[in-house]
Design a binder for this molecule. Structure first.
Ligand code: CDP
Length: 211
């Protein structure tokens, strides 16, 4: 079974993806880490994230087994990730790895922005996870504070809105709900309830019921 999970920043897609992967015994790929790693490589080399040549070279040389997640989750890398992600050749360079992950014999769970539309359009179950910008900003603040970062909630909210805009308006694989994706709004759902709602959708699809 392939489960494709898309949605904007801090909508809860990563947490839902991890929990579903554990529940169904499937490998999980957080595809945002790929774009973050490209962004970090470009920044570390002292280059600008909107320099397509540098970003494409970084994408081509990526080794997903060597990711240091903590270093990839800083605000600076987060912002730069959505810049490199808008470069079509960067997305192209990361495509084969993601498609191979999605189609491995065991099945897989992938989360990102274009999983149900571009990477795994034939996925068995597609979820599109959303939440209000204010709730997403609150979640991201708590997450960053837990990591010891000092953050301003209004700045985080502004960052989310800027990335939503950039991710949704870009011409290459924009963030959009696939026509056959199930919408799940987690604005008023805690992690447990969101996970249960996701399982209910997966089970409904598996048993062939229409929702
Ligand atoms: O957790 P959060 O949603 O803040 O970030 P993420 O999922 O790690 O993604 C970081 C950035 O990578 C996003 O703002 C997107 O621009 C980009 N991305 C993408 O374009 N396509 C994907 N499949 C995953 C991430």
């Amino acid at each position: 079974m392939i489960i494709a999970i898309d949605g904007p920043a801090a909508s809860g897609k990563g947490t839902i993806a991890r929990h579903l992967a554990q529940a169904y015994g499937l490998p999980h790929l957080d595809t945002g880490l790929l774009y973050r790693a490209v962004a970090k490589a470009v920044l570390d080399a002292g280059h600008s994230p909107d320099d397509a040549g540098d970003a494409v070279a970084a994408a081509a040389g990526l080794d997903p087994k060597k990711f240091d997640e903590t270093a990839l989750k800083t605000q600076k890398v987060t912002e730069a990730a959505s810049v490199v992600a808008a470069i079509p050749q960067v997305r192209e360079a990361l495509m084969n790895y993601q498609r191979a992950f999605a189609t491995q014999p065991s099945g897989a769970v992938l989360d990102g922005r274009d999983i149900g539309t571009v990477i795994a359009p034939g996925a068995d179950v597609k979820l599109f996870i959303v939440a209000s910008p204010q709730v997403r900003a609150r979640r991201r603040v708590l997450e960053l504070q837990a990591r010891g970062e000092h953050v301003d909630e209004q700045e985080i909210l502004a960052d989310l809105r800027r990335r939503d805009e950039r991710d949704s308006r870009r011409s290459a694989a924009p963030l959009v709900q696939a026509p056959d994706a199930h919408l799940l709004d987690t604005t008023h759902l805690a992690i447990d309830a969101a996970f249960r709602a996701a399982v209910a959708i997966v089970e409904a699809v598996r048993t062939g019921r229409k929702r």
